[in-house]
Design a protein around this ligand. Structure first.
Ligand SMILES: C[S@@+](CC[C@H](N)C(=O)[O-])C[C@H]1O[C@@H](n2cnc3c(N)ncnc32)[C@H](O)[C@@H]1O
Length: 361
């Protein structure tokens, strides 16, 4: 059996289209950022014709939630350049992402931006966005939703939790804060290399609200206690649970603006607009209408199911080959659902959107 990694592992979203089917919360959370993306498409400096206009989608997963933003951006650009001009859309994600589903989604989803536009050319890159992914000064418009909260790696085990924002361990909190600050700088440095002069980047991500709260408390408590149950039942070992963590962070206004310094500039980038907002909890709204606790619980369990549980499962002793993975996921989902059904409540969903401009516009 492979030697387990010392710190929690980061894995891709669950494959076979599972993320596409289970990302309703993300779809409604990113919707308020679309008008800002259209504004970016309206103001970005374009390359001279006939050069293709490049849109980059950072952390695309299986593509479904990229369809609306890409359609909005392409629609606004078409108003500026007409129907003939080539637009290249580059969907990027980690190398282990389910890119086959992404291409199938582009080809057959009824909401795909492809039909009816013969001059749009989609492609994909499987490489971490903590590296330079695209050629220097090639990107006119960048978009990233629900992705930069994922750290490049988990910097430490979390002894008392699976999510750092609920941990009381000072050493783990400090290690996560340092990693989060470094990763945000790295992400910006790489994007500043890729953006054309006058290009725009829109980042939508998990955040801390003005009170420093990352939200999702009932859900994270349900995940942690479901995990502890699996230890108590002997299904997983205590040291496996100890290694498991969700390597995501919420950042507040201060963390987002930190690299930009007193003059508001960093590597040729500046923030044009930064907005913290609360995602709408449509699962709660539906519960208020239907009073169906089981549907409420199943809907909230779907949120971590395809995104977070594969990362926890990757820290089982057998890693990605561990035969307990399907059972682990099923038991975790059942445990989360039981807890969520017992006490339905509105979820806090702190989010941020920011429009970043590259010098030269
Ligand atoms: C929650 S999904 C978001 C998908 C989609 N953008 C949306 O809004 O629903 C997060 C995506 O970010 C990707 N991701 C996380 N860390 C990454 C990294 N270092 N480089 C590239 N992609 C990354 C994950 O693989 C995943 O597909």
């Amino acid at each position: 059996m492979a030697e387990p990694p010392p710190f929690p592992t980061v894995a891709a979203m669950e494959g076979h289209g599972a993320y596409n089917r289970m990302s309703r919360v993300q779809a409604s959370g990113l919707a308020p950022a679309l008008p800002l993306l259209e504004r970016a498409a309206a103001s970005a400096l374009l390359p001279p014709a006939p050069e293709a206009i490049v849109i980059a989608d950072y952390g695309a997963s299986q593509g479904h939630n990229s369809l609306a933003p890409m359609a909005a951006a392409i629609g606004r650009l078409r108003q500026r350049v007409g129907r003939e001009r080539a637009i290249s859309v580059v969907h990027t994600d980690r190398p282990d992402n389910d890119f086959a589903t992404l291409f199938q989604t582009l080809a057959s989803d009824p909401d795909s931006y492809l039909p009816g536009d013969a001059a749009v050319f989609p492609s994909a890159v499987g490489r971490s966005f903590y590296e330079q992914i695209l050629p220097p000064a090639s990107v006119t418009l960048g978009w990233s939703s629900w992705a930069v909260q994922w750290l490049s790696r988990a910097p430490a085990a979390i002894p008392d939790q699976v999510q750092i924002s609920f941990s009381r361990d000072p050493a783990a909190r400090a290690a996560y804060a340092a990693r989060a600050a470094e990763d945000w700088r790295t992400f910006l440095i790489q994007r500043s290399r890729e953006l054309r002069p006058g290009g725009r980047l829109l980042v939508m991500t998990m955040a801390l609200d003005e009170a420093g709260d990352m939200g999702y408390r009932p859900l994270v408590e349900a995940i942690y206690s479901a995990l502890m149950d699996l230890v108590a039942e002997g299904f997983i070992q205590p040291d496996e649970a100890q290694r498991m963590a969700i390597p995501t962070v919420g950042r507040g206004r201060e963390e987002f603006t930190a690299p930009f310094g007193a003059d508001g500039r960093f590597c040729g980038l500046s923030i044009e607009q930064l907005e913290l907002y609360q995602g709408e909890d449509r699962i709660w709204t539906e519960f208020e209408r239907q009073r169906d606790a089981r549907t409420y619980a199943a809907s909230w369990a779907a949120f971590p199911r395809a995104s977070v549980l594969p990362t926890l499962a990757a820290d089982l002793d057998g890693g990605s080959a561990d035969p307990r993975i399907p059972d682990f996921i099923a038991r975790m989902v059942a445990g989360i659902e039981t807890r969520m059904a017992a006490a339905p409540q509105r979820m806090r969903i702190p989010l941020a959107m920011m429009l970043i401009a590259k010098d030269g516009g």
